[in-house]
Design a protein around this ligand. Structure first.
Ligand code: ADP
Ligand code: MG
Length: 391
């Protein structure tokens, strides 16, 4: 035996998600790769104890508990059932939803979020990741709802956008000709990126087409600007709006869905870097370190301390502030390598994920019935008339 601990845990599709307000945290362990095996054999830095707990076997041993620990045998499809499907329910119910993939470069973030997208959706590829699966399921739900609620004239509009944050700059992955995008905030729209291209989508195929286009633009940008895509954060957003009639009132519901593939969490080596490289290293540290700080402060806030949460200190946290401690149902998939080669990075990811577990969000259904407001205005007018009559 090479120290292989292949004790396997029955994978449960337990809908434990979002029973509470906390951010849901999943650890995903990827399989050992060839280079790790040739360097370290089967030696691992972690031991899975159950579906929800994992031990880091370095010194001193540390045990961690999460909402789910998914080992290398958990397929994309099964992960989707636990982590993706509840997001679809949330979006249909008018809740903002967000999924982050965290972890060092090569730990499986892009595999988890996108996977094999060229192959199409779930029916075509077992490796297709959470994003295409979420949209396949979402559009089939939309179709079913529309059919079963014909008399309410239910209709949906879905608009997506795709951006990259690199070096504290926002690039539009659906239209690279638009440069220097700025984040704005106003009372009506909340936080948004000004001039970001939005594309209407009506099927999972439409979404995949945008994802493929965005991924290609990301590659071009990486080559032109001599940057590594592992150093940028990508954010795919879809806003789902629905309208229906009921008892003479028009109801309006919307949900914002964010799917985020974060930059590699490994420490950036800034030693020896100069000029642009140094600036890049600090700025990349900035978005991720601000994320770390925001999470740290949110933990204190949830413990009753009043602390300033520095959302505005980085583009990433400013843009996604609702997803962190705000109006959203959020999950984090922290990806790790099981190999001894990555022991310290794996520990650092487990610690990050453990802190994230304490974040409390406060998601509400985004809905208004314009008719209600109108009805109330009419009532007010009526009452005013009566008051003046009494005078
Ligand atoms: P990251 O985006 O975190 O840098 P990737 O998603 O690109 O990492 O993964 C690195 C490599 O490992 C890829 O070749 C990917 O296909 C493979 N890989 C990652 N996670 C898994 C997994 N759970 N099962 C099989 N292969 C995986
Ligand atoms: Mg990646």
């Amino acid at each position: 035996d090479h120290g292989v601990t292949s004790q396997s845990f029955e994978f449960q599709e337990d809908p434990f998600f979002w029973k509470d307000h906390n951010v849901q945290v999943i650890i995903r362990i990827r399989p050992l790769n060839n280079s790790e095996m040739s360097l370290q054999g089967y030696n691992k830095c972690i031991r899975q104890d159950s579906c929800q707990s994992i031990t880091w076997t370095g010194h001193p041993e540390s045990r961690f508990t999460f909402d789910l620990v998914a080992d290398e045998n958990v397929s994309q499809e099964n992960l989707f059932k636990v982590a993706g499907l509840p997001m679809v329910d949330n979006c249909m119910g008018g809740y903002n939803s967000c999924m982050f993939a965290y972890g060092q470069t090569g730990s499986g973030k892009t595999h988890t979020m996108l996977g094999d997208i060229e192959g199409g959706t779930r029916r075509h590829s077992v490796n297709c990741g959470m994003t295409p699966r979420v949209f396949e399921s979402l559009f089939s739900r939309i179709q079913k709802e529309k059919e079963s609620r014909r008399e309410e004239k239910l209709r949906f509009t879905c608009k997506c956008s795709f951006l990259e944050i690199y070096n504290e700059q926002i690039l539009d992955l659906l239209d690279p000709s638009i440069v220097n995008l700025q984040i704005r905030e106003d009372a009506k729209r909340g936080v948004y990126v000004e001039n970001l291209k939005e594309v209407e989508v009506t099927s999972a195929r439409d979404v995949i087409q945008q994802l493929v286009q965005g991924a290609a633009n990301r590659k071009v940008a990486a080559t032109n600007m001599n940057l590594a895509s592992s150093r940028s954060h990508s954010v795919f957003t879809c806003v789902i709006e629905s309208k229906w009639e009921s008892q003479g009132v028009t109801h309006h519901r919307f949900a914002r869905l964010n799917l985020v593939d974060l930059a590699g969490s490994e420490r950036q080596k800034s030693s020896g870097a100069e000029g642009e490289r140094l600036k890049e290293a600090t700025n990349i540290n900035k978005s991720l370190s601000t994320l770390g700080l925001v999470i740290m402060n949110l933990v204190s806030v949830s413990n009753g301390k009043s602390l300033h949460v520095p959302y505005r200190d980085s583009k990433l946290t400013f843009l996604l502030q609702d997803s962190l401690g705000g109006n959203s149902k959020t999950s984090i998939i922290a990806n790790i390598s099981p190999s001894n080669c990555c022991s310290l990075e794996t520990l650092s990811t487990l610690k990050f994920a453990q802190r994230a577990k304490f974040i409390k969000n406060n998601a509400i259904v985004n809905e208004d019935a314009s008719g209600d407001v109108i009805a109330m205005r009419m009532q007010i007018q009526q009452l005013k008339k009566e008051v003046s009559r009494l005078r």
